[in-house]
Design a protein around this ligand. Structure first.
Ligand SMILES: NC(=O)c1ccc[n+]([C@@H]2O[C@H](COP(=O)([O-])OP(=O)(O)OC[C@H]3O[C@@H](n4cnc5c(N)ncnc54)[C@H](OP(=O)(O)O)[C@@H]3O)[C@@H](O)[C@H]2O)c1
Length: 271
């Protein structure tokens, strides 16, 4: 298969790097389009694939699959240059947050083969989470192709309901930001009880990693594991009481619902 990625920014390059590493496409089969000369030079140097500054029959029209990895607000101007070079058989995958299949379809002259994908930032290191949804016209082999591209950057989940792509924007898309915020709190606490930055980093990293792996591998639910590590009158209980007083659990639930609401608002404004 051959692939054109439009937008050589954070997400476009994360996908480009990983699909090459995983052998999904060869350097000759990959094109990255970006307006910046400097970025294009860097892409050619670091990835060894082709990189161009404009959308033409050659740079877009000859690939099997086209990934739209520009900012959502860029789509308004991009669609006018994309439509004339897009072939009706091409699969178009958008990673643009908050741009619905309806908006894509309308903007791209009723293009039939559309996939919406919501990856997240750890895609950069192959530990991403991508939720995908395809328009009804996308055949199984093209759907599999889209899944393969995002398997190269981590785990994938295909959903039948497009709303869940917006829900994923709030959960796995924004989630790394929430986790980084928790990490900041842990690191601040580590410093308060006397650890150096390096020591704190080791302890916090292994505590997160170990707890998540235990949850994943034990098959127990999170509440049960929490009960198992909390002795009455002990240290964990003392800390958990503070989290409870500050309603940390419901604050996290509220954060996810606020992000979901914002994703829906952005989707409305991108119409
Ligand atoms: N980053 C994430 O973690 C993440 C997660 C999920 C989804 N996404 C989605 O991925 C998309 C890209 O995000 P990003 O973080 O990668 O943004 P980014 O780093 O700003 O990348 C966008 C790139 O597209 C380039 N560009 C602008 N106009 C273009 C055009 N007409 N043709 C080709 N390239 C053009 C930009 O160049 P200039 O900088 O010169 O304008 C920039 O290099 C967004 O829609 C976002 O919602 C991102």
């Amino acid at each position: 298969m051959s692939l054109t990625i439009i937008g050589g920014g954070n997400m476009g390059l994360a996908i480009a790097t990983r699909v090459l590493d995983k052998g999904i496409v060869s350097q000759e089969q990959l094109i990255v389009i970006d307006p910046s000369d400097q970025k294009r030079e860097q892409i050619v140097f670091e990835l060894g694939c082709k990189s161009y500054g404009s959308l033409t029959d050659k740079t877009v029209g000859e690939s099997d699959t086209v990934v739209l990895a520009v900012k959502p607000q860029t789509f308004t101007s991009l669609k006018d240059t994309l439509c004339p070079v897009l072939q009706s058989t091409q699969l178009v995958i958008s990673v643009m947050a908050g741009v619905s299949l309806d908006t894509l379809r309308t903007g791209l002259n009723n293009h039939p083969h559309l996939v919406r994908a919501m990856p997240n930032m750890p895609a950069k290191i192959g530990e991403g989470m991508t939720v995908l949804h395809a328009s009804g016209e996308v055949h199984r082999d093209k759907k599999e192709l889209a899944l393969d591209i995002f398997r190269a950057v981590g785990e994938v989940l295909y959903v039948e309901n497009e709303d869940l792509v917006d829900a994923a924007t709030a959960l796995s898309g924004s989630g790394p930001g929430f986790v980084f915020s928790l990490l900041e709190g842990f690191l601040g606490g580590a410093s308060r009880v006397g650890f150096s930055d390096d020591q704190a980093k080791l302890l916090v990293r292994q505590t997160f990693k170990g707890a998540v792996r235990l949850w994943n591998e034990s098959g127990e639910n999170a509440a049960e594991l929490r009960r198992q590590v909390t002795s009455p009158g002990g240290t964990t209980e003392a800390g958990l009481n503070v989290l409870k007083e500050s309603s940390v659990g419901s604050a996290l639930e509220n954060a996810i619902t606020a992000a979901y609401k914002r994703a829906k608002e952005l989707q409305q404004s991108s119409k």
